[in-house]
Write a protein that binds this ligand. Sequence first.
Ligand code: ACO
Length: 432
Amino acid sequence: MAKDADRSATLSIGETTIDLPIMSPSLGPDVLDIRKLYAQGDVFTFDPGFTSTASCESDITYIDGDKGELLYRGYPIDQLAENSHFLEVCYLLLYGELPSAQELNKFETLVTRHTMLHEQMTNFFRGFRRDAHPMAIVCGVVGAMSAFYHDSTDISDAHQREVATVRLVAKLPTIVAWAYNYHTGRPLVYPRNDLDYAANFLHMCFSVPCEEYKVNPILSRAMDRIFTLHADHEQNASTSTVRLAGSSGANPFACIAAGVACLWGPAHGGANEAALSMLREIGTVDRIPEYIKKSQDKNDSFRLMGFGHRVYKSYDPRAKVMQETAKEVLELLGVEDNPTLQVAQELEKIALSDPYFIEKKLYPNVDFYSGIILDAMGFPTTMFTPIFALARTVGWISQWKEMIADPSMKIGRPRQLYTGATHRNYVNVEDR
Ligand code: ACO
């Protein structure tokens, strides 16, 4: 719980004076409590894009955008990426503490034993067009989980919420891999319980029935890192969407499907796909200045994809880990001289010394390098955002659970600044 600071702000509107309590978070700037503002002052606040508005209390993830710091339950992301692994991070996000060896073992077993999908769900995949974007399939199939797992849709039952949580974390890799299998015309590959979470995902994506597929541990480690780095990011657009959908009492599968839909956009989860397409379009280092110029032209809507962030006004700490992982993976695959990586490295160097980018505090974000790694692993660009969705599911569900367990939860219902027509009377069609 946030503490009330022993301070308040005073707002004067005409003759009325309103005291606004100030709340102190455990980290980050103080927060003005405006909950009684409308009742006391008959005014709303105006904050499109929520640039200055805290929509909830949360003790899951903390970002310091100026320092370029990201903490999951207090632990720095670089320490987790280096020393932990995705399922341990899932446990941390979901339950608040790092697990004991026994708790971790139990959780890993639980997730591993729930990776299969109801067999009838294969019909859903087959119902899509082969050329459907995998994100469209993932969005549809995650939503359809509520039609198959009725026994975990009662949000007032803590046990059912727990079952839905494990189902979502466990089944998302299968759904995403099957979207890919189907999209590429290959058989749907079943999960294997002897593999860890990331290795099993690679197995489901890349193995075929006619030969043995051995998962390379460096690649599965890189995959695991990508999952860890994308696991949560406090109240971003898709997480806020999950919370808003959940605030009406919608079931968790419907809420996560809403999150998947929001993540799809190029300003959010779709940026890694857009970043790689841009790097390929640039093609060679000598064309970089042309693109830098384009991105700064007010009359051109082009932006350097993978650059800039609503919260980070410094280097995205996830991008640093990604950059190192990209080097490791490309070295392993013997493609260090990959032209896309060369363009990326040079572009980063030029952008970081360009006054426009310095002044606007535009740094590479996590998507800048993740696309290069996924591409080198053999994923088509259409799979980048579904992989992000897979990883972010644990963050969405942690945030959703936190909200549902909060006794003060209310339906999310923003106000507006209405600028439309004032009252007018209906005119019959023949008189218009
Ligand atoms: N290239 C060039 N200029 C940019 C870029 C960019 N990538 N990003 C922002 N700017 C400029 C804007 O034109 C604007 O300039 P102005 O002040 O002269 O009008 C200024 O920087 C501020 O930009 P806003 O759009 O107001 O910043 P906002 O916080 O709303 O947007 C966003 C953040 C959406 C991420 C933006 O930087 C962007 O579009 N980046 C490219 C897409 C991308 O990489 N998204 C991934 C985000 S990370 C994630 O979802 C995991």
